[in-house]
Design a protein around this ligand. Structure first.
Ligand SMILES: C[S@@+](CC[C@H](N)C(=O)[O-])C[C@H]1O[C@@H](n2cnc3c(N)ncnc32)[C@H](O)[C@@H]1O
Length: 440
């Protein structure tokens, strides 16, 4: 059944979850659509909180539910299962009063045209509360429920980070910080902190990021002082590390090869004068957001749709001084911000992505001038997409040399530097700086 405009928010959540979990839809896109159909901002907030919350805790909630219902629901009643998962999340993680959750979930059942299920929903949620004390938390025997990740991903993360895998998965299940990047062309970070204080928004400076601020709680961007005037943008701290690492100098010719939606592009333009910057991306829809951000922030760059792996159709033949390659990847470092990744990624992706990353590297390498620098970045915590891709690239390109990254954040890897999810209040990110040998 298609959700209508008058749909109660809990029924809307059930539809969002159904589309994301069962049909592979993107959480961001589903929430955008739900928001457009939900005029009341409080209901919008409830939908967002429940959808994110259920996906972050999906495996433990599913286990909990399996202990409460006698037999699994039929496939065609999956929307009721989603309603129940969201009910459990509200009861146990949001502490919404019992009667509100039970009554509103029963009302949602009616609007989903599943009136037969109102008794089941009512009884299951009440039962969950009665059994609260007797409920045994998942142990490591049930790894998926314990770590709230699919089994293959737990194994992959554990193999990559044998000393840190548990912390990584806990961080990926937690609520991420709300991080801002101050546009230093307009004002200094300290000045913006004062603006936030004046607006009663508690905030602090973020270490390792000269333009970074963490707010105590998330707010709609419309509540941020001067957002429309371009004083500030929303961007995780790790993403703010790219612009300084690229080390672009005023007036240089820079290619941001996988640029959309443009967070790192804008930071480069905010921090380095007179850059001749080209923002390229294969996805024209996502590229529109680069233009929107540039307009809001009062910045300028050339925006081109094209394939970084095949430059002939879009490259003008002049070499670049710097190239930022923020490669498409598994996004395993940003699961806390995009919990649907856990459900949408599959082991096969890890077989395919490195070849795609290598093809983009090889397409771009001839475009860098001798003596220039390429920054390879991913929001992945898996070496298959990071050091392994770089090892092979360094073998293929004898004029490529990994440069040391001397910083106080993250940890050194074979060729670059890694931040694991949650470290320094940041997303998981990998960076490697590659220099091209200068002609003798
Ligand atoms: C990690 S995102 C980039 C995020 C962006 N740099 C930022 O900071 O906002 C990766 C981007 O690579 C783009 N992409 C994937 N394959 C590409 C290709 N072959 N050529 C150019 N862009 C590509 C995707 O459309 C996606 O926008």
């Amino acid at each position: 059944m298609k959700a209508q405009e008058s749909t109660p928010p809990r029924a809307r959540v059930a539809h969002v979850l159904l589309n994301v979990i069962n049909d592979g839809a993107s959480l961001d896109r589903e929430l955008d659509a739900a928001r457009r159909l939900t005029p009341d901002p409080r209901n919008q907030a409830l939908i967002q909180e429940c959808a994110y919350g259920v996906l972050r805790h999906y495996y433990s909630l599913r286990r909990h539910l399996s202990q409460l219902i006698e037999r699994p629901l039929r496939k065609r009643d999956a929307v009721i299962e989603m309603l129940l998962l969201s009910g459990l999340y509200q009861l146990f993680e949001m502490q919404v009063p019992e009667h509100a959750v039970v009554d509103a979930s029963a009302a949602a059942v009616r609007s989903l045209d599943k009136s037969w299920a109102s008794g089941l929903v009512n009884a299951t949620l009440r039962n969950a509360l009665r059994q609260r004390e007797r409920f045994v938390p998942p142990t490591t025997d049930d790894a998926e429920a314990c770590w709230n990740h699919p089994r293959w991903l737990i194994d992959t993360i554990r193999a990559a980070w044998p000393d840190d895998w548990q912390r990584v998965m806990q961080a990926a299940t937690a609520r991420p910080p709300f991080t801002l990047r101050v546009n230093r062309r307009q004002l200094a970070r300290d000045e913006y902190l004062v603006r936030l204080q004046d607006a009663d928004l508690a905030a602090r400076a973020l270490a390792h990021c000269p333009d970074g601020i963490v707010l105590e709680s998330a707010v709609p961007v419309s509540s941020l002082p001067g957002f429309d005037a371009g004083l500030v943008s929303v961007q995780d701290g790790a993403a703010q590390l790219a612009a300084p690492l690229l080390d672009a100098q005023p007036g240089q010719r820079v290619l941001d090869a996988c640029a959309a939606p443009g967070g790192k592009t804008m930071h480069l333009l905010e921090t380095v004068d007179a850059l001749e910057l080209t923002a390229l991306d294969i996805d024209p829809v996502r590229l529109a957001r680069v233009n929107q951000s540039a307009a809001r922030l009062g910045l300028q760059c050339r925006v081109i749709a094209g394939d970084a792996a095949l430059p002939a159709p879009w490259w003008d033949g002049t070499l670049y001084d710097r190239i930022l390659l923020d490669a498409p990847c598994s996004a395993t470092g940003v699961i806390r911000r995009h919990p649907d990744i856990k459900l949408h990624r599959a082991p096969d992706d890890l077989a395919l992505l490195p070849a795609r990353q290598a093809a983009i590297f090889d397409g771009l390498w001839p475009l860098l001038r001798p003596g220039g620098k390429l920054l390879y970045a991913t929001c992945s915590i898996l070496p298959q997409e990071n050091d392994d891709v770089l090892s092979a690239a360094l073998q293929r390109h004898r004029d490529a040399l990994a440069a040391p990254i001397n910083v106080a954040w993250g940890r050194p890897t074979r060729h670059g530097r890694q931040i694991l999810s949650g470290e320094h209040d940041m997303d998981g990110f990998y960076f490697c700086v590659i220099e091209k040998a200068a002609h003798d």
